[in-house]
Design a binder for this molecule. Structure first.
Ligand code: ATP
Length: 435
């Protein structure tokens, strides 16, 4: 898929209401995006699928929703105040700014083509600062969290005790994170405000290799189960120079975007770094008493850290297709039915002879269980095409035969094929396909 597919996707997003530029009527705000009616449904489906895969399918994973603003010492303990920096260079000629670890400094500036025009790299802290209370002074500084994980670590004992969990167990959270990225871009791939879906799994020291394997496999399969093409996904293991100083092992799940292979999710073996530091900075005991072994220790952590917006982009890129159907070129979003923003459309063939009423009855009935769409305007072919672009997997068409034998046609988005099913089977059909 070439880069121009990204342009097509951005334009489809605006046209159909997946994603809009933030504050567009004011000229937009760099790297900020708003989800429209279809996008917000897709994003909710991504989050629901993740939440289910974590907290519903595992009785040893609990959910939380922590505050975005946290005690400022959290970010000292986590290492973010001192170390959450990226190296930054400026082009002296055109003033463009880059992350020096993401470009080749021996090559000309990618914006203006000048050679040897870069400043020396400077370290830049990515945390957004603000002030708590009415007085803007240093003692009142708080940070917008740059990751959701810390809200999990500081609640380790709260969750363990209230949910009566024993190791190994996990805590899952979905929420906003903020990073003052030097070079955001590629649509919703890298933004300054984004959502993460993180799960921190607390384990006995020494068992981390086994849990890394388990979670790597489970997370990779999650993307496949939700329809992502296998040949577009791969693992990348961090080499010694990439590995964070506290990590004993780390893998990225990468996806082949139109702009190349990029990280989608990180699976990291974080040792006891997080709880050890919070114990030191808070002065609170964060050890775990292991009854079976009759010993106390600080748990190790294996984390799975996925970007929600980045997943949305992945589902969109992966679904985007253009093909020929009935001699016409069409754009079709081939979402897995679980991810599709609209699950089905109900269409009367014509507006007269009582077909609208029959279709409306079916629509109202399906609406109780799923996000469905009713459309009676325009030629039937055009209505199908509109649903293809939105990624709606099934269209149910009410026609004259419906009045005779209580059947409707179901039209499949991917093949364009149609078959008749009886009206009283439509619900069971959708339940089976969507789950
Ligand atoms: P990068 O090296 O690309 O800056 P990272 O390794 O710092 O990313 P993590 O801190 O491991 O990323 O964050 C976990 C996940 O959060 C990433 O895999 C990604 O999906 C998502 N994420 C991180 N930064 C952003 C961002 N600026 N915009 C959107 N998603 C992000």
């Amino acid at each position: 898929m070439a880069q121009d597919t990204m342009e097509k996707l951005v334009s489809l997003s605006k046209r159909r209401g997946f994603v809009f530029q933030s504050s567009e009527i004011y000229g937009g705000l760099n790297s900020c995006w708003d989800y429209g009616p279809l996008g917000v449904e897709l994003k909710r489906n991504v989050k629901d699928a993740w939440w289910k895969a974590m907290t519903q399918k595992h009785d040893n994973i609990e959910g939380i929703d922590a505050s975005i603003l946290m005690h400022p010492t959290v970010w000292k303990a986590s290492g973010h105040v001192d170390g959450f920096t990226d190296p930054m260079v400026d082009c002296k000629q055109c003033k463009s700014r880059f992350r020096s670890d993401k470009i080749d400094l021996t090559k000309p500036c990618p914006t203006c083509g000048t050679r040897d025009s870069y400043t020396e790299p400077r370290m830049f802290n990515l945390m957004f600062k603000t002030f708590m209370g009415p007085v803007e002074e240093d003692t009142n500084i708080v940070y917008l969290r740059p990751e959701t994980a810390q809200g999990i670590y500081v609640n380790f004992h709260n969750v363990r005790e209230s949910a009566r969990q024993k190791l190994p167990f996990g805590i899952a959270q979905i929420g906003k994170a903020f990073r003052n990225e030097i070079t955001p871009g590629n649509f919703i791939f890298r933004t300054r405000e984004f959502e993460q879906m993180e799960m921190q799994f607390f384990i006995k020291p020494g068992t981390e290799d086994g849990w890394m394997n388990t979670w790597r496999e489970e997370r990779f399969n999650w993307y496949l189960e939700n329809g992502i093409k296998k040949d577009k996904l791969r693992f990348h293991q961090h080499g010694p120079t990439e590995l964070a100083h506290y990590a004993s092992d780390a893998y990225d799940i990468e996806y082949e975007f139109p702009f190349g292979w990029q990280e989608l999710e990180g699976i990291h073996s974080r040792t006891d770094f997080d709880l050890k530091n919070h114990q030191q900075y808070s002065g609170k005991n964060l050890q775990y008493y292991d009854q079976e072994a009759n010993e106390k220790y600080i748990p190790f952590i294996v984390e799975t850290s996925a970007g929600c917006d980045r997943s949305v982009l992945t589902f969109m890129v992966d679904a985007y297709d253009e093909d020929e159907l009935g001699g016409e070129t069409r754009v079709v979003m081939r979402f897995h039915p679980k991810m599709a923003p609209i699950k089905a459309a109900v269409l009367p063939l014509v507006k007269k002879d009582g077909l609208s009423e029959l279709a409306d009855n079916l629509f109202r009935d399906l609406q109780k269980n799923w996000k469905v769409f009713y459309d009676e305007s325009g030629a039937i072919g055009r209505r199908y095409r509109r649903q293809d672009e939105a990624g709606t997997p099934f269209c149910f068409t009410v026609d004259y035969q419906t009045k005779e034998d209580n059947t409707v046609t179901v039209r499949y988005r991917d093949s364009g094929e149609q078959e008749r099913i009886s009206l009283d089977k439509v619900k069971a059909f959708l339940a089976e396909k969507i789950g």
